[in-house]
Write a protein that binds this ligand. Structure first.
Ligand SMILES: Nc1ncnc2c1ncn2[C@@H]1O[C@H](COP(=O)(O)OP(=O)(O)OP(=O)(O)O)[C@@H](O)[C@H]1O
Length: 252
């Protein structure tokens, strides 16, 4: 993102001169107070909204006529947004169907996607038969079925209970390693960002901008032991202090 500014039609200045370089293979959390423009930034990266000025460049991808990388971006929303009339298989097939890939030709990829989120046995189930966490898994399988290089996730687990959220955090980390996908993950949670990411971009509000860019390179393995480790506690403390700084900088 190069100097991206977004002014909505009602005059709200959501982002001002936001610049962010994302390197292949990173797991970045975008963290910040409510209304600081996290979702707006993610939507502009995904091509779901236009920047008022500035640009999104894709130096490592071929781009299509819309200026977006061809087939390279998957998006997971806060709500699973599944089609209730379609089975789990049908929901995950959708992005491939929109590209003209028939059900039979897509079967292997859809089943691989479902296996990677532990739902291979639920291919014929309907969304109403699934728990909230399972619906979100289907949504993730749908986002990765096209093998995107970049996965954008907008507070995907905010509505889930803590245990389910922790399990899904581990699932996402597995997918990140398995597919080598670059992830940008929007969250309100200091703890979630410190658990998942190797880079935490803290934003400030009014106007939305990058306030701090923190590296969390170690440890490589994130698991239950990390959650209770001194290094995790220290990272959470640093991130929490930085977030407080971002909140105060917006008020001054
Ligand atoms: N379509 C829109 N029209 C007008 N203003 C908007 C629109 N979408 C977002 N905004 C405003 O832009 C600012 C940034 O919103 P955005 O949803 O990107 O923030 P956020 O950091 O994702 O917030 P949250 O954490 O609460 O989801 C807010 O002031 C919001 O009210």
């Amino acid at each position: 993102m190069q100097n991206v500014t977004k002014v909505f039609s009602n005059g709200t200045l959501a982002l001002k001169d936001m610049s962010l370089d994302v390197r292949p293979g990173e797991f970045i959390s975008l963290l910040g107070p409510s209304g600081c423009g996290k979702s707006t930034a993610l939507r502009i990266i995904a091509g779901l909204g236009d920047a008022s000025s500035g640009s999104i460049d894709w130096p490592s991808s071929k781009i299509n006529a819309k200026g977006l990388p061809e087939g390279d971006v998957g998006f997971v929303f806060q709500e699973p947004t599944l089609m209730p009339w379609s089975t789990v298989f049908g929901n995950v097939h959708l992005p491939l169907k929109l590209r003209g890939v028939s059900k039979s030709a897509a079967r292997q990829k859809v089943m691989e996607g479902l296996e990677s989120v532990g739902l291979a046995d639920f291919a014929d189930a309907y969304p109403r038969e699934l728990s909230g966490g399972m619906k979100m898994r289907v949504s993730i399988a749908r986002a990765i079925v096209t093998r995107p290089k970049l996965l954008l996730m907008d507070e995907p687990f905010a509505a889930l209970d803590e245990i389910t959220r922790q399990k899904l955090n581990d699932d996402v980390l597995k997918l990140w390693e398995q597919f080598g996908v670059t992830v940008i993950f929007v969250t309100h949670s200091v703890y979630e960002s410190a658990y998942l990411s190797n880079r935490i971009v803290v934003m400030r509000a009014r106007p939305g901008q990058v306030y701090a860019d923190l590296e969390v390179v170690q440890p490589r393995v994130r698991d239950g032991a990390y959650r209770t480790s001194e290094s995790y506690r220290a990272i959470c403390q640093t991130v929490s202090d930085t977030l407080q700084g971002a909140i105060h900088s917006a008020e001054s």
